[in-house]
Every structure is written in structure tokens, then in C-alpha cells.
Design a protein around this ligand. Structure first.
Ligand code: TTP
Ligand code: MG
Length: 350
């Protein structure tokens, strides 16, 4: 049996702000705005009491929590803290898989008893980084993540094999990794609200309804997940493109398509846990000639801004039939280069 630990820092950006500015501790801190079109990145648990949430417009957050402390994100600092956290992980296992900056799965199977080691990791993160985290320990990735989320913040939750079904039974279907907002809405329309409701479906029905993901979810709903922790480097580039149903001739009509591709490809790289340094915009014209241009991640620039800049660099008047957005030049989060990367904003794709 595998032993998997999932670690997730509590209110990550907001906690870093409270760590660096002690006068903000115990107060509702809301991080967001500036480079991310005015949405909340995250907020401290004190702010959550007022109903503030990630991805909420900052304007709405101000209504809900007028006395909140609103701060712009400082991505450099979050990347720095993320490195410190990873340093703790690597003292316990070589096999860990990061997701974004504040989350990771650790393979602890080499421990006879993983509990004391897991407790120590949690304590050391607290002591060495000043941040609290929630951890979940179980026998696969899906359950470890569910465990770490059950009693946030500052939680330590173990799900043993014999407890899995009982824990899963009552959880909302959206708790399962792989059920996004759209899938959840779709399932709720079919009167499937909880994981127990999902158990009603046969494997065939789940696949018919949700395709390949239905297959994975059928098993995850039953506490089965055979995914392995991926430590090796993911692909060297990642891109998305779309062929248009008719030619477009202006920047204004092409920009929204490019932005939505950017969001998709950001989601892809987030799933892969890699940090790109170069963004490419590719345009195929009506006569099938292809042009592409790249921008390197500059200090302080967001991907949105770099894409904006790339969009300015093309002539659209010959007519465009395909648009592509790609990332390349990946740095492993463990490499030194990672330190130099100025930001890794998730706001645009959550
Ligand atoms: P999460 O781990 O999802 O959230 P969190 O750490 O702030 O809070 P908790 O885990 O205690 O529920 O995301 C980690 C960081 O990612 C978060 O601090 C800010 C960033 N983020 C965004 O920028 N936009 C978002 O929509 C979300 C969910 C997170
Ligand atoms: Mg977190």
C-alpha cells in the first residue's frame, strides 16, 4: 500500500503577507487586484468569515469586508516562500509532485509509519517558513488531497482504507479531483449532489456521461486512484491553438480568442507543475503562412501583459484562420532559475 501525503499551505498569499507584516496578523487580509483584472487571489481566514473568496471581484470583496486590508500580490516573495517549503519536502522524500506554489503530493511509502514523519513535516514548515499548512495522509493521491482539505486550516487528517467510503459518502461531488465547476453543475442537474449519489452510476454510465474522466471518477468516488507521483520533468513546451470557423481581420476580434487560449494553456501547465519562461503567439493567415513571435518573461510582467504586447506585434489585415498560444522554456521548480521568476499568477485561469 502506498502512503501519500498532501500538503497545502493555508491562505498562502495572505499568510505570507501576515508573516511579513505582523500588524496584519489576526486581521482580514485580502490579496488581489493590480495585475489580475481586479479579482481576489486569496484572503486570510479572518476575511473568509465575511464571505470573501478567491476569484471574487475586489469590488464585491470591499462591500463584504469594508474594513479589510487590501494588498497587491508580491509574487517574487511567494516564489521565495515556495522554495523554502520545497526544501522541507526534499528532506523527507525525493518523490514529490508540486501543484502550483503552495501544494504538493509527497510519496511517503518508504516510511514504515508515515504519521510521525508527516507531523514533523507540518511542524518544520511552521518553524522554518512561518506558515501553517493543512496535510492529508492516505493511501492514494485523491484521498490525500481530500484529507488535507477536510479541516482546513492548520489541519492534520488521516484517511485509512477502512474509513475511505464513510468519509467519501457525504462529500459534495465537487470535492473529487477532476470535477470542475462545469462538471459539477452538469451532475447536479442530474440530481447527483454527493459522492454517494455518484455511486448509483455504473462504470458504463459514468463513462457515457463524462467520457474518460468518468472512468477515473468512478474509481475515485470509491476511494481508488492508481495515479503515481510524477517527479520527472514534464514536456518542454505546452500550447493550445484553435482554427477559426471564419477568417478574422482585427486585433479586437482575435485578442479574446488568444486570451482564452492563454487561460487553457495556463491550466495545462499548472496541472503539470512547471514554470515557463517564454510565451509564443502563433498566427496562421488565410493563405496558410504561419508567423510566430515570442516574449521572454521579464521581471514584473504578467503573462497577460506579454500577450497584450505580442498581439500588438502582428498584422491581421491579410485575414487570420488560426491562433495559437504556447509556453516553452520550462524551469523546474527545483532549479535555481525558478528563483528568478518574478511571478506565477493563477488568477487568470481559475
Ligand atoms: P489555494 O491553496 O487554493 O488557496 P489558499 O492557499 O489561499 O487557501 P487555502 O488553501 O487555505 O484554502 O491557492 C494557493 C494560492 O494560489 C492562493 O494563496 C492564491 C493563489 N490563487 C489565486 O491567485 N487565485 C485563485 O483563484 C486561487 C484559488 C488561488
Ligand atoms: Mg492553499
Amino acid at each position: 500500500m502506498k502512503k501519500i501525503l498532501h500538503v497545502d499551505i493555508d491562505a498562502f498569499y495572505a499568510s505570507v503577507e501576515q508573516l511579513d507584516r505582523p500588524e496584519y496578523r489576526g486581521k482580514p487580509v485580502i490579496v488581489g487586484g493590480s495585475s489580475n483584472r481586479g479579482v481576489v487571489s486569496t484572503c486570510s481566514y479572518e476575511a473568509r468569515k465575511f464571505g470573501v473568496r478567491s476569484a471574487m471581484p475586489v469590488a464585491l470583496a470591499k462591500k463584504k469586508c469594508p474594513h479589510g486590508i487590501f494588498l497587491p500580490p508580491r509574487f517574487d516573495r511567494y516564489v521565495e516562500k515556495s522554495k523554502e517549503i520545497r526544501r522541507v519536502f526534499s528532506a523527507y522524500t525525493e518523490r514529490y509532485q508540486t501543484v502550483g506554489l503552495d501544494e504538493a503530493y509527497l510519496d511517503m511509502s518508504h516510511y514504515e509509519n508515515a504519521m510521525p514523519a508527516a507531523r514533523e513535516i507540518k511542524r518544520r514548515i511552521r518553524r522554518e517558513t512561518g506558515l501553517t499548512c493543512s496535510v492529508g495522509l492516505s493511501y492514494n493521491m485523491s484521498l490525500a488531497k481530500i484529507a488535507s482539505d477536510l479541516k482546513k486550516p492548520d489541519a492534520f487528517v488521516v484517511i485509512r482504507p477502512e474509513q475511505a467510503l464513510e468519509v467519501l459518502r457525504e462529500l459534495p461531488i465537487g470535492t473529487l479531483h477532476g470535477v470542475g465547476k462545469k462538471t459539477q453543475e452538469f451532475l447536479v442537474k442530474k440530481d447527483i449532489h454527493t459522492i454517494e449519489d455518484f455511486w448509483r452510476l455504473s462504470l458504463d454510465e459514468a463513462v457515457q456521461m463524462l467520457g474518460k474522466m468518468g472512468h477515473a471518477l468512478y474509481f475515485r468516488a470509491r476511494g481508488e486512484d492508481d495515479r503515481e507521483i510524477v517527479t520527472e520533468r514534464a514536456p518542454k513546451s505546452s500550447s493550445r491553438e484553435t482554427t477559426l470557423s471564419f477568417d478574422l481581420y482585427t486585433r479586437e476580434t482575435i485578442a479574446p480568442i488568444a486570451y482564452s487560449l492563454l487561460q487553457e494553456v495556463q491550466q495545462d501547465i499548472r496541472d503539470e507543475g512547471v514554470i515557463p519562461q517564454t510565451i509564443t503567439l502563433k498566427i496562421k493567415y488565410a493563405d496558410f503562412t504561419i508567423r510566430s513571435k515570442q516574449r521572454k518573461r521579464e521581471y514584473g510582467a504578467t503573462w497577460d501583459e506579454l500577450l497584450e504586447d505580442l498581439l500588438d506585434a502582428f498584422d491581421y489585415s491579410p485575414g487570420v484562420r488560426l491562433v495559437g498560444v504556447g509556453f516553452s522554456n520550462f524551469a523546474s521548480p527545483d532549479e535555481e532559475r525558478y528563483e528568478q521568476l518574478s511571478l506565477f499568477s493563477w488568477n487568470s485561469f481559475r
